[in-house]
Design a protein around this ligand. Structure first.
Ligand code: AKG
Length: 276
């Protein structure tokens, strides 16, 4: 079987047709999907009426699972988290982010499936962080290459607790378990060997090698820069659509425009490696 990969923008995102994720999918097909992912960074599969077990099995091929410390697990499948939202404004997904960058080993990627959708809205956008790095001037690249930044759960966690999106008992105790992680500002993707910008609006608080006020300005510029529409693809979900993304070289943003309607998604996240 050869899969049909249809790019959605010149920069990021492709729809994959001719694949039934209910599986089983043989090794050559999975390798084609993997290669398509490295090329397009985010893959969209429509009309995949699959069970949680089938979703978990598809994700498993890419590596071990990440068990998120704060997300709500599926009652029957602890590898899966359930995103169930009617008040999306403050849940932290409507801010450009790379998942779990506050961890030493942030997520490799995720498989997300639309279970229940609002009548309108609830799109998700992804952005290409290779393109964000490539678009910087040589002088800015020189400044950032070799620099490191802190990624901290504290503020997003406080916000999530304030708005009822997280049930952690104590922000301080949770934070103590997850002290800020230090990662390179410019990361090299372990499979493609390409450099990419690795700072995000949810978690990155400080560029370590700069003075505090310098960091505020440079980081502020970078956190705006990564939002450029020419780095992005925007996906309008349909029932049973499935998205596979590489979390290492992308960021995403869930559009919170469906308040009062329910949106339920099943997510399986894969464990990543330490950024280098
Ligand atoms: O619900 C979505 O579309 C994306 C949610 C999100 O930001 C995430 O899974 O990290």
């Amino acid at each position: 079987m050869t899969i049909d990969v249809v790019p959605l923008t010149p920069t990021i995102g492709a729809e994959v047709r001719g694949v039934d994720l209910a599986g089983p999918l043989d090794e050559p097909v999975m390798k084609e999907i993997e290669q398509a992912l490295y090329r397009h960074l985010v893959l969209f599969f429509r009309d995949q009426d699959i069970t949680p077990v089938q979703q978990v099995d598809f994700a498993r091929w890419f590596g071990p699972f990440e068990y998120h410390p704060f997300a709500k697990p599926h009652p029957d499948h602890d590898e899966m988290t359930v995103l169930d939202q009617t008040t999306p404004e403050h849940d932290g997904a409507n801010s450009w982010h790379s998942d779990s960058s506050f961890m030493e080993n942030p997520a490799w990627g995720s498989v997300l499936r639309a279970v229940q959708l609002p009548p309108l809205g609830g799109d998700t956008c992804w952005a290409n962080m290779y393109a964000a790095y490539d678009a910087l001037s040589d002088r800015m690249k020189q400044l950032l290459d070799g620099a490191t930044a802190l990624h901290d759960i504290l503020v997003p966690l406080q916000k999530a607790v304030t708005y009822g999106h997280s049930a952690v008992a104590s922000v301080e105790e949770t934070r103590a378990k997850w002290p800020a992680a230090r990662h390179p500002v410019v990361r090299t993707h372990p499979q493609t060997g390409r450099k990419l910008l690795y700072v995000n609006n949810n978690f990155t608080t400080r560029i370590c090698e700069l003075a505090e006020d310098e960091s505020r300005v440079v980081l502020g510029f970078l956190l705006d820069h990564i939002k450029r529409p020419d780095f992005q693809v925007r996906f309008t979900w349909s029932p049973n659509a499935v998205v596979l993304w590489d979390n290492r070289c992308t960021q995403h943003y869930a559009v919170p425009d469906y308040s009062g309607h329910r949106r339920v998604m099943h997510r399986v996240t894969l464990e990543g490696e330490r950024p280098r």
